[in-house]
Design a protein around this ligand. Structure first.
Ligand code: SF4
Length: 364
């Protein structure tokens, strides 16, 4: 269990500043009788300048720095492993304060001068998708908002980051409040200042949180669908038992242009992610059924070929099957793209992330 702001009152346990939200810091500064503008200064030292210690915050008075040092410390996640793919993708293993670890992936697109970083929200994942390596890891804990955002800060060349995808380890909406706190930091012009339209959050389908997110955030939303019907989806994604496809797709339909004014204004659409697995969900009939199911939803469909690993029974589809699947979508007038898997050779692609202990156990 990580500390809360109230722990700062305990003399024997200092709190890592990266775990505190702006509001929590404001509360702490009020408790210390410090003016509120100091909070903004402290915030910028952490989330814009990324200093390593309280002593580096030189526009805070010496006495305030001493007070802070009595109650707090500053420690960022540490890069303890790194693998580079032949396609330029880099997978980082980050160790957190309690020695648990998560993976973060750096994905450069040199042709488009774009760098996307894929970040994690939990150590492990409770959702149990049968095609995913992360699911085989017991959920150890949620990341704090600061730990989610810090993944963008500890990478070398962080100023090159143009896009963020929340598609790493964990179900982001299973850690909703901390996710929102992290997005606020990434988006904050006094911090990294990455525009909401450059940030995409991917969910396996926690419907109540999807509705909340659409109303509360301007970031983009991707749904990991992976099936054209309940029979197939339930087989690979247990979340489908709680929120079946009708429930999930109706929620998306509710926020289409006609029903939702913001959608009309902002070129609003969802991304549907569909991982193709041989013999399971990759036939032309499956594609036709998908077209029918997605009718009336403003979306684009990203197709991905499954990344095989020895710990799951699924197989990568043939290129012919993928082409035929895509053709059905395109012929039906849908926006559909085949996404190249990045970092496949270093197990950094979709569904391949895990903590180092789990990786060793699985030999993955
Ligand atoms: S695919 Fe995503 S939601 Fe499903 S188990 Fe893996 S990390 Fe969790």
């Amino acid at each position: 269990m990580l500390h809360s702001v109230n722990d700062s009152k305990a003399s024997d346990s200092k709190v890592n500043l990266i775990h505190l939200s702006f509001d929590q810091l404001t509360e702490a500064f009020t408790f210390m009788n410090e003016p509120s503008y100091r909070v903004k200064q402290l915030w910028q030292w952490i989330w814009r300048n990324r200093v390593e210690s309280i002593d580096e915050m030189t526009n805070l008075s010496k006495s305030l720095r001493e007070k802070l040092n009595e109650r707090y410390f500053l420690r960022w996640p540490v890069i303890v492993g790194m693998e580079t793919s032949s396609d330029g993708t880099i997978k980082y293993l980050l160790q957190l304060e309690d020695l648990k670890s998560v993976e973060t992936v750096w994905i450069p697109r040199l042709d488009q001068e774009r760098v996307t970083v894929c970040i994690s929200t939990q150590v492990g994942c409770r959702m149990g998708c049968t095609f995913c390596l992360t699911a085989q890891q017991k959920t150890e804990r949620d990341l704090t908002a600061g730990e989610i955002a810090a993944q963008l800060y500890v990478l070398p060349c962080r100023e090159e980051i143009t896009n963020v995808v929340v598609m790493g380890m964990g179900e982001p909406f299973d850690n909703y409040d901390n996710l929102m706190g992290a997005l606020k930091i990434a988006n904050d012009p006094h911090a990294l200042g990455i525009g909401a339209s450059k940030i995409t959050v991917s969910t396996s389908g926690l419907v109540p949180k999807i509705e909340k997110f659409i109303q509360e955030s301007k970031c983009r939303l991707a749904i990991s669908l992976n099936a054209p019907n309940d029979a197939i989806r339930t087989q690979i994604m247990p979340i489908n038992k709680a929120y079946n496809m009708d429930t999930l797709l109706s929620a998306l339909r509710k926020f289409s242009g006609r029903n939702y004014p913001r959608a009309r204004k902002n070129n609003f659409y969802f991304t549907i992610e569909y991982i193709l697995m041989e013999g399971l969900n990759d036939s032309a009939d499956n594609a036709r059924e998908l077209v029918r199911r997605l009718k009336g939803i403003p979306c684009k469909v990203n197709l991905l070929m499954y990344n095989e690993n020895p710990n799951t029974p699924f197989r990568r589809p043939t290129e012919e099957a993928v082409d035929a699947f895509k053709k059905v979508l395109v012929d039906a007038g849908m926006l559909s793209f085949l996404r190249k898997s990045r970092g496949r050779d270093i197990s950094a692609a979709c569904g391949q992330l895990a903590s180092d202990n789990k990786r060793q156990e699985l030999g993955a």
